[in-house]
Design a protein around this ligand. Structure first.
Ligand SMILES: Cc1cc2nc3c(=O)[nH]c(=O)nc-3n(C[C@H](O)[C@H](O)[C@H](O)COP(=O)(O)OP(=O)(O)OC[C@H]3O[C@@H](n4cnc5c(N)ncnc54)[C@H](O)[C@@H]3O)c2cc1C
Length: 439
């Protein structure tokens, strides 16, 4: 069986690996010059061998496919691990950097308010029996009509709790609270609960950077990949698919579209898509993240994440477990804020982030270097990752996960573990198994 896979991100690489293992004849076509897609470690501007991740950064302990790959390629997880609880963070607000204890002292109600917020989400999650099928939730339509903004209003959050939850939505979902479906949040929480068994889940960075995972996978399928070649048009009939790239015409029995949906919106689909699929492909929400890393000669800041009411949104140190006197601070901006940053030229973003970092931590030295990546500006991505906006789980979840004849979508946006590297791998496995089963 001949299969063409479009996109050498983790989804496309995994699908290719598994299809080859099943004896298929596979060609993997990648538009960029490197494998990995949204997994992209950056070391170029930094001194002392330091690096930071411009895309995916953390591997959760429950992400078993990722852990298997780290083991396979001999990659080490760094440090003691991070636990994602809001209140453990520092917060910079009204010119003051407050520790979690300071936050509790300044606003004794903050914990209760955050608990109230969480209980509303727990309630929405309680009846979600199968995280792979959130559209079957008994209250699917009602919950999908609501957003995280509704939850915040219902929980009656005060100033600090509102800021924490705004930044959580912008960071985790890369979107404003009003643009995140409550049913989607419940789906994500149900996935987490099903895999963690109620235990605390730690997340780790990877020594040397995550690009090594993509490089390892790509090395295993190297003779099947072409780079710098773009899908531009596609047609299918009962006998097969015809894929037009900017270089050549390819024919096969199946095609896997393992890229984000925004780049597919400009592909010429010469066989008409079913209307529900076309709507889903064109309308699924994509969050925005702009990550800006700045290197400093000394590390003059406290450990841990800091949430700020300033434009930098979240500031933390990706080099916390790397050696050297110098250190990097990262500004992680999502949602409308991430979009605003994306409109600025890269040097302005670096300067703006450096100024906020200086003010926040009272840094006395000048920055050494920096880089910034705005994923929404990049044509082959068009955003950070999928966010199902209100109404989109019930409208699009199932539609996107069905094959369209000989065309199969893969990528984090069609996984159960949506938004994560684990989901990209999961989706690659799902389509490979489906194609092999089709015979
Ligand atoms: C800022 C940011 C932070 C993140 N943080 C984390 C994290 O901490 N942990 C985590 O697990 N996940 C994280 N993620 C998500 C993770 O990076 C993605 O879920 C995953 O890498 C997506 O893989 P993919 O294979 O689905 O898609 P991609 O990585 O997007 O791969 C698709 C490939 O298709 C190619 N392509 C696109 N259009 C065409 C075309 N027309 N022709 C040919 N090729 C094309 C692209 O160049 C790309 O290489 C983050 C993502 C971002 C952006």
């Amino acid at each position: 069986m001949r299969v063409i896979v479009i996109g050498a991100g983790l989804a496309g690489l995994r699908a290719t690996e598994q299809l080859l293992a099943a004896g298929c004849d596979v060609q993997l076509v990648e538009g960029g010059r490197r494998p990995g897609g949204r997994v992209r470690t950056v070391s170029a501007p930094f001194a002392g061998g330091q690096y930071s991740e411009s895309g995916a950064e953390w591997v959760d302990a429950i992400h078993v496919r990722m852990i298997e790959l780290l083991d396979r390629f001999g990659l080490e997880r760094l440090g003691p691990g991070e636990q994602w609880t809001t209140i453990r963070r520092w917060i910079h607000h009204r010119g003051r950097l407050m520790s979690p204890d300071d936050v509790r002292a300044a606003d004794p109600a903050v914990l209760d308010e955050l608990d109230h917020f969480d209980r509303i989400i727990d309630d929405a999650t309680a009846d979600l029996a199968d995280p792979s099928r959130p559209h079957l939730h008994p209250r699917a339509a009602a919950l999908d009509a609501l957003s995280l903004a509704h939850v915040a209003a219902q929980a009656n959050l005060g100033e600090l709790a509102s800021l924490f939850k705004l930044r959580d939505a912008q960071g985790e979902f890369a979107a404003e609270p009003a643009d995140v479906s409550l049913l989607f949040v419940a789906q994500q929480r149900a996935y987490h609960a099903a895999h963690s068994g109620g235990e605390v889940v730690l997340s780790h960075r990877v020594k040397g950077g995550l690009s090594a995972v993509a490089i390892g996978l790509a090395a295993g399928v190297a003779s099947h990949i072409t780079i710098n070649e773009h899908l531009v048009a596609l047609e299918q009939d009962a006998d097969g698919v015809v894929v037009h790239t900017d270089r050549r015409l390819l024919t096969a029995d199946h095609v896997v579209l393992a890229c984000a949906l925004p780049p597919l919106r400009s592909v010429d689909f010469r066989t008409e898509m079913p209307p529900a699929l076309a709507t889903a492909v064109h309308q699924l929400g994509y969050g925005t993240i702009t990550k800006t890393s700045v290197q400093w000669p000394q590390r003059g800041w406290p450990k841990g994440y800091a949430t700020t009411s300033g434009r930098a949104q979240r500031v933390y140190e990706p080099t916390v477990d790397q050696p050297g006197e110098q250190g990097i601070l990262m500004s992680y901006c999502g949602g409308d804020g991430g979009r605003e940053w994306a409109r600025l030229p890269e040097p302005e973003r670096i300067e703006l982030a450096a100024n906020e970092m200086k003010a926040m931590h009272g840094l006395q030295t000048n920055a050494m270097s920096g880089y910034s990546r705005a994923w929404s500006n990049e044509q082959r991505y068009g955003g950070a990752y999928a966010v199902y906006t209100p109404g989109q789980i019930t409208a699009h979840w199932q539609v996107l996960r069905q094959p369209w004849g000989r065309v199969h979508l893969a990528g984090e946006h069609v996984a159960t573990c949506t938004g994560y590297m684990e989901g990209a791998l999961e989706s690659g496995e799902t389509v490979a198994a489906r194609i092999v089963a089709a015979g």
